[in-house]
Design a protein around this ligand. Structure first.
Ligand code: ATP
Ligand code: MG
Length: 465
């Protein structure tokens, strides 16, 4: 399908220049290159009907209209775009007037959502330079350089330079189907390089979430970070603490539920970003030998499920991410004399409320997450009716999955997971046999390894495993 483009990839730059002669842009930055339709493989067939409708209606009303960002980047890489972003010189109000099915959203960054059934097309008005004095203070910056608002309109060239990475500043024109490359994005796509436009430290200060985006795209596209783009991340990572928890929640879902969660996690840890998002989980990974492995296993299984197009829930992932800190706190409470069940509840409560200061986890995920934790205490209780109640719990399956990961990570000795596997597959007769077996050996397999030394006063002479 991308035969033409392969050719284009093999003979980049020079050929383009000689054929089309670059239009010179002002200010010594990269030059604008316009790649005509016959020289690139991006076709209208890659775009949804909804995206095309939006483009054509804007165009027919006399506005400029381009597809920009991930959809063009992904098409050039031979991937099917998953959503569509449109850039235009029409203001949000003008866009809204053209589409009955549209809504202006956002304050910090006003855009229009045009809805077609389940699909939403994001329409963004060209942004100008925030530092320009436009009189009415529609761009705001904090003392640290953080962009608080960015609603200064500009032209397409200014808009391109306000975008994050060069590969995200490619515009597909509906007027003549050409691609406008303002920042040498095509060159960076060929070299599989993520490069911020402009001075990296300044761009991260304007919006620290760009550090997360860098890591996300690196993992998703299998790109490397340009050294200058990479260099400031470690030092600037704490700027993420300024980002509103609700925005971070959205980013976390994209980071961990985009199909490349494991690789993303390793990069986040490598750059010191993970500790800014999940400080207690990061601490637990330093203290508990199994905590990091548990998260890796959870992400591996999430990635696998996404590849197989099976459903995934953030509740399960958060349950695994935060299980380490829950255990640290539970053990501490028990050491102070609290019985296990209230100790787990207190620990859960504390871990959730501390985590919410960083990332807002909606109740529809945090409540099931806590159920999954509670069930960890019920899974070892294998007597009589309780077993059936546990089995019928709506979160049983997720709790059982977490139990398997805990065994896999070495937190628990294996055994209990197998028992539950067998129990689920068994007929009534076999289930009764399994219950008898468990009843005869209630404290058998599944006992936490680390708890062997938990009590202050050991009953017998202490024996290490
Ligand atoms: P994907 O949709 O695959 O996650 P994307 O690049 O389309 O990737 P979006 O979040 O949809 O990402 O953003 C669309 C475009 O808006 C980006 O390609 C980029 O040009 C611009 N953009 C998004 N977020 C930022 C940001 N924080 N700073 C600068 N530009 C941004
Ligand atoms: Mg997008």
């Amino acid at each position: 399908m991308f035969k033409g483009f392969t050719r284009f990839l093999q003979s980049p730059g020079e050929r383009l220049k000689s054929l089309f002669g670059p239009e010179t842009s002002s200010g010594g930055g990269p030059e604008l290159r316009i790649i005509p339709r016959q020289e690139h493989p991006v076709s209208r067939q890659h775009f949804s009907d909804a995206a095309l409708k939006v483009l054509y209606r804007l165009h027919n009303a006399g506005y400029e209209a381009y597809l920009v960002g991930g959809c063009i980047r992904d098409s050039l890489l031979g991937r099917m775009p998953k959503d569509f972003d449109v850039a235009t010189d029409a203001t949000p109000e003008q866009v809204k007037e053209l589409f009955r099915n549209s809504r202006i959203i956002g304050r910090r960054f006003r855009i229009v959502h045009v809805r077609f059934g389940r699909e939403v097309i994001e329409v963004t008005t060209f942004r100008g330079k925030p530092s320009d004095d436009h009189g009415d203070h529609i761009a705001q910056q904090s003392d640290e350089g953080l962009l608080l608002r960015d609603n200064v309109w500009g032209d397409i060239q200014e808009d391109a330079l306000r975008r994050d990475f060069t590969i995200n500043a490619l515009y597909y024109s509906i007027a003549d189907f050409s691609i406008h490359d303002f920042a040498d994005g095509v060159r960076d796509i060929e070299a599989r390089t993520l490069r911020l436009i402009g001075d990296p430290a300044t761009r991260y200060r304007e919006d620290p979430v760009r550090m997360l985006r860098a890591v996300r795209f690196a993992a998703k596209l299998d790109f490397h970070l340009d050294p200058a783009t990479e260099a400031p991340i470690h030092e600037l990572a704490p700027l993420l603490l300024q980002i509103p928890p609700a925005r971070l929640f959205d980013e976390i879902l994209k980071l961990f539920m985009g199909g490349h969660g494991l690789e993303t996690f390793h990069l986040l840890r490598h750059y010191g970003l993970f500790a800014m998002l999940f400080p207690e989980a990061d601490e637990a990974m330093a203290e508990l030998p199994w905590a990091e492995r548990l998260v890796e296993l959870a992400l591996e299984s999430t990635d696998r499920r996404i590849a197989e197009e099976r459903p995934v829930t953030p509740a399960f992932l958060f349950a695994a991410l935060l299980w380490g800190p829950v255990q640290l706190r539970q053990v501490a409470h028990e050491r102070d004399g609290m019985p296990p069940i209230p100790a787990l509840q207190a620990a859960s409560q504390q871990v959730v409320s501390r985590q919410l200061q960083h990332i807002s986890i909606p109740k529809r995920f945090s409540l099931p997450m806590r159920d999954i934790w509670d069930l960890q205490q019920r899974l070892p209780m294998r007597r009589g009716r309780r077993v059936y109640q546990t089995r019928e719990h709506p979160r049983f399956r997720a709790a059982y999955d977490l139990l398997l990961l805990r065994e896999g990570a070495g937190e628990l000795a294996p055994g209990l997971g197998d028992w539950w596997t067998a129990f689920q597959q068994a007929d009534e007769h076999e289930q009764r046999r399994l219950l008898d077996k468990a009843g005869a050996n209630p404290a058998g397999s599944g006992a936490p390894r680390k708890r062997k030394r938990r009590r202050r006063k050991p009953r017998g002479p202490s024996s290490d495993s």
